[in-house]
Design a protein around this ligand. Sequence first.
Ligand SMILES: [Mg+2]
Length: 246
Amino acid sequence: MATLQAITFDLDDTLWDNQGVMARTEEGHYRWLLTAFNVWLAERGEPPLALSYEEGLQDYATRRQRLASEVPKRRGDFTWLRLRALEDQLQAHGVAKSTALMWSAAAMNEFHRLRVQVTPHPEVDALLHELRKHYRLAAITNGNIHLARQPLAHHFPVAIAAGELLAPKPDPTPFLTALAKLDAVPERAMHVGDSWEEDVLPAQRLGMHAVWINETGDQALPERVTRIAHVKELPEVLAWHGGRRL
Ligand SMILES: [Mg+2]
């Protein structure tokens, strides 16, 4: 096998566990919005929004789903969907458009502040530090984490927000974009991710090697696909591939 040139990584649930972060971010930025906006209204002698936290959060989710089906090309652009849903919700409750735009943008600032508070698996920083000496690295995410502010950003000279490219994985575009920027060919590149549909299959179809992060499973895998339970096992895969030992 030709030596690997490049490794691309999914982020959420590959380099860190994302579930708790998303729940805290979802609840946190919306609670922040209602609280801060109501304080702002009170300072102006205006009544608070006629919207409880629970019904507001549910309505916000419903509006995002509706927008995603009405504007399918934006379905993976989660920041756009959230901004538009918040703007629409505030305006539906009688808030002037300019005020709705300002507060929605402020709420998304808070969203991004919370969203980057991920805790990478403890082995990952040293692992990426070593890999950078031998391979060109990229991050490819469907998530809307702020790519320059996430804690591992310094390891990735190339970082692709696939949703904002309007081509979320499994679309091949983010993979091809990353490989072009890394000046690497698919046959000499590997993608590492936890999603069978969004990471493993599209990379494998392009001719890349793929490493599937999945705790269990003993099914037969397609050619060029390897399963590991945790990203910390990646050096063993690279050694087994005939790559440089770490
Ligand atoms: Mg993932």
